[in-house]
Ligand binder design. Structure first.
Ligand code: ZN
Length: 217
């Protein structure tokens, strides 16, 4: 049995091609679409104004034209131009695409994809695939570090307990101290080398991919 979401996704997938959605996006710059509802002024690479989704007196609604995205620091509303219209109109994705298509003068019936658009969509899909693989690799890495943390932590707690309460032989005592040291060294290393930071993980990921690409070439 199909879930409701699957049915909804299939319906919208049938309704528009990915190329059509991208053509609508390309003709609907977020700054002009949002600019019809919000008075925006420049702030560095971004534009800022009063959020249309919550009441405020100081602007915390940011639009990033290059990324085609908006973000409100006040209420957390965020997304792309379709998400913006979904919120403004209180509608679903299909209606938001329909609305922006009509707004940009792109007719669904007369729409013909171009090679450029097909390549653009293929690049987007490849990028999304890469991002997903990167996230998966991050999760694996962080899980492994956490598992090691927990194992070393458990050993260190046991060692500390024995040092405090047990009568240990000199050899056992040495092992207990070593166990404590291993835990502290590992914790310090994770901290110092920022092993769980996204930036570190991305650098590592890119370096590894670089190696793979060199081998493939
Ligand atoms: Zn807001």
């Amino acid at each position: 049995m199909k879930t409701y979401t699957e049915i909804a996704l299939n319906k919208s997938a049938r309704q528009f091609s990915a190329e059509f959605v991208e053509a609508v996006r390309n003709h609907s710059p977020i700054q002009s679409v949002a600019g019809e509802y919000v008075e925006l002024r420049k702030s560095g690479h971004q534009l800022v104004g009063l959020c249309p989704f919550h009441a405020e007196r100081t602007p915390s609604f940011y639009v990033h034209p290059a990324k085609g995205a908006f973000f409100c620091h006040g209420c957390g509303a965020h997304g792309d131009v379709f998400d913006f219209m979904k919120r403004i109109l209180g509608c679903g994705f299909s209606e938001a695409v329909d609305y922006l298509a009509a707004h940009a003068g792109i007719s669904k019936g007369g729409f013909r994809t171009t090679l450029e658009l097909r390549q653009h969509v293929a690049r987007l899909a490849a990028h999304r695939y890469e991002e997903r693989r990167f996230r998966e690799s991050c999760n694996r890495r962080i899980n492994a570090i956490n598992a090691k943390y927990r194992a070393l932590g458990r050993a260190a707690t046991r060692a500390e307990h024995c040092l405090r309460t047990g009568r240990l032989s000199p050899e056992e005592e040495e092992l207990a101290w070593a166990s404590l040291a291993r835990y502290r060294t590992f914790a310090a290393r994770v901290e110092r080398e920022e092993l769980c930071e996204l930036d570190t993980l991305r650098r590592e990921w890119l370096a590894r991919k670089g190696q793979v690409d060199q081998h493939a070439a």
